[in-house]
Design a binder for this molecule. Structure first.
Ligand code: GDP
Ligand code: MG
Length: 181
């Protein structure tokens, strides 16, 4: 706030979830304002930096894209190290990617904890919402309750294609990171 004019925050934020759910698309949309139907599945880790003016402070979000390592269904501790927040993404058109959510969350929580032994702020993204909401309405899961039960601070329906709710989700995550910092 105004007590700390010009204060800078650097937050490492993970973007994880199954292959093809739209992780790279969400990052490209958010950081570069672009969308393509064809991102090469690069191997390794990709970074993108988004700078936000937050009141009189500056927030640098360093977004980590797991880029092609999803097939293992888990990541190394090295990748998770020092992250302050995470997005776990599923594709609303593919139920198996929703079922994988708890696996990703458990993998994350088993390898990374804040110093107070809490898990990092994690937001669930129901991506490709431009394709319909069948999975959300048919799976019998109440999303708010699912988030409570599984330790997500919240969830958003997003579309990288139509630029829906991505900056809203990011702002929401930043608020939670700041509250736990
Ligand atoms: P990743 O493997 O999780 O990084 O997924 P990508 O970002 O590579 O996206 C996989 C495919 O889904 C690509 O063809 C994207 O164009 C498409 N895609 C990503 N986000 C959306 C979205 O919000 N809506 C639609 N309709 N397609 C999307
Ligand atoms: Mg990708």
């Amino acid at each position: 706030g105004m007590q700390n004019p010009g204060k800078e925050h650097l937050y490492k934020v993970l973007v994880i979830g199954d292959l093809g759910v739209g992780k790279t698309s969400i990052i490209k949309r958010y950081v570069h304002q672009t969308y393509s139907t064809n991102y090469r599945a690069t191997i390794g880790v990709d970074f993108a930096l988004k700078v936000l003016n937050w009141d009189s402070e500056t927030v640098r979000l360093q977004l980590w894209d797991i880029a092609g390592q999803e097939r293992f269904g888990n990541m190394t501790r090295v990748y998770y190290r020092e992250a302050m927040g995470a997005f776990i993404v599923f594709d609303v058109t593919r139920p198996t990617t929703f079922e994988a959510i708890t696996k990703w969350k458990e993998d994350l929580d088993s390898k990374l904890m804040l110093t107070n032994r809490e898990s990092i702020a994690t937001v669930l993204l129901a991506n490709k919402c431009d394709q319909g909401r069948e999975v959300l309405t048919n799976n019998g899961v109440k999303m708010d309750q699912f988030c409570k039960d599984n330790g997500f601070v919240g969830w958003f329906e997003t579309s990288a294609k139509e630029n829906t709710n991505i900056s809203e989700a990011a702002n929401f995550l930043v608020k939670h990171i700041m509250a736990t910092e």
